[in-house]
Design a protein around this ligand. Structure first.
Ligand code: ADP
Length: 255
């Protein structure tokens, strides 16, 4: 059994098909990237996996638990970071983390230990008593990541969570995710930026128009695309067969 099993998944919003019959197994203990241009269905897929959004048909299980009927159970071992995290701008990070700790009923010694460890690993100790609203984009993103990790989840889902970070923050967060996955935990994140998928993920699924165009390590995708080129850009184009190259490639770059 894979950690996440997605079977015949379809999601429609009225006449729009956002997810068009996806079947996918995701093993635990790795960093898994969903790469696709805007509108390809990434957010929809992550929300269904997280039990936030019900599918139109098909099924998803996470650790054997059905994402619709067992959404409450999944929430207990899930950390979810939406594309635009809702942070309380008028709280300080320490107040926010304490608030999350009380929601998850974490005892105060454990909570303190985790807050200290994460704030030190992500280098935000000096901002702990500043208003969240006054912090930089990268620091806010770190606050969002810590708030999603504070209850020690098995699965971390990040929607476009690696975008727009300065190189140092990006490296520090990548190390944190690597450490998290090395403990048998799972990270799934979406991105429309090829470079991020290439640099951070063990496995990449290419999502295009609600379909999976290819899945595997960079090496496996290369093989599938029949390409000797090491470039994910080339692989993406071969697997999706899209001819509107400029539009597509621009949508996959951090412009
Ligand atoms: P991505 O995260 O890759 O940008 P989304 O999952 O947000 O893709 O969207 C996939 C498709 O579903 C798009 O065509 C989008 O316009 C549509 N969509 C997403 N959410 C809604 C919604 N709440 N109502 C109607 N259409 C939606």
């Amino acid at each position: 059994m894979s950690f996440i099993e997605i079977k015949d998944l379809v999601k429609k919003y009225g006449n729009t098909t956002a997810i068009n019959n996806i079947t996918l197994d995701i093993d635990g203990g790795q960093i898994y990237g969903i790469l696709g241009p805007n509108g390809s269905g990434k957010t929809t897929l992550l929300k269904i996996i997280s039990g936030i959004l019900p599918p139109t048909s098909g099924s998803v299980t996470v650790n054997g638990i059905n994402a619709v009927t067992g959404a409450d159970s999944i929430k207990k071992f899930l950390g979810y970071i939406p594309e635009t995290p809702a942070l309380y701008e008028s709280l300080t990070p320490i107040e926010f983390f304490n608030f999350i700790g009380s929601v998850f009923n974490i005892d105060s010694a454990t909570l303190k230990e985790r807050i200290n460890a994460f704030s030190s690993a992500l280098e935000i100790e000096k901002y702990m008593n500043e208003f969240i609203g006054s912090l930089s984009f990268g620091t806010k993103q770190k606050v969002a990541i810590i708030s999603a990790l504070i209850h020690d989840p098995q699965l971390l889902v990040m929607d476009e969570g690696m975008n727009g970070l300065d190189p140092r923050s990006s490296r520090i967060i990548k190390e944190l995710l690597r450490d998290f996955a090395s403990k048998g935990r799972t990270v799934i994140f979406s991105t429309h930026i090829m470079e991020i998928a290439e640099n951070v993920c063990d496995t990449i699924s290419i999502l295009y128009n609600g379909n999976i165009a290819g899945t595997g390590s960079l090496e496996k995708l290369k093989e599938e695309a029949g390409s000797n080129n090491t470039d994910l850009e080339e692989i993406f184009l071969r697997l999706t067969g899209d001819n509107d190259l400029d539009t597509l490639l621009n949508s996959l770059k951090d412009l």
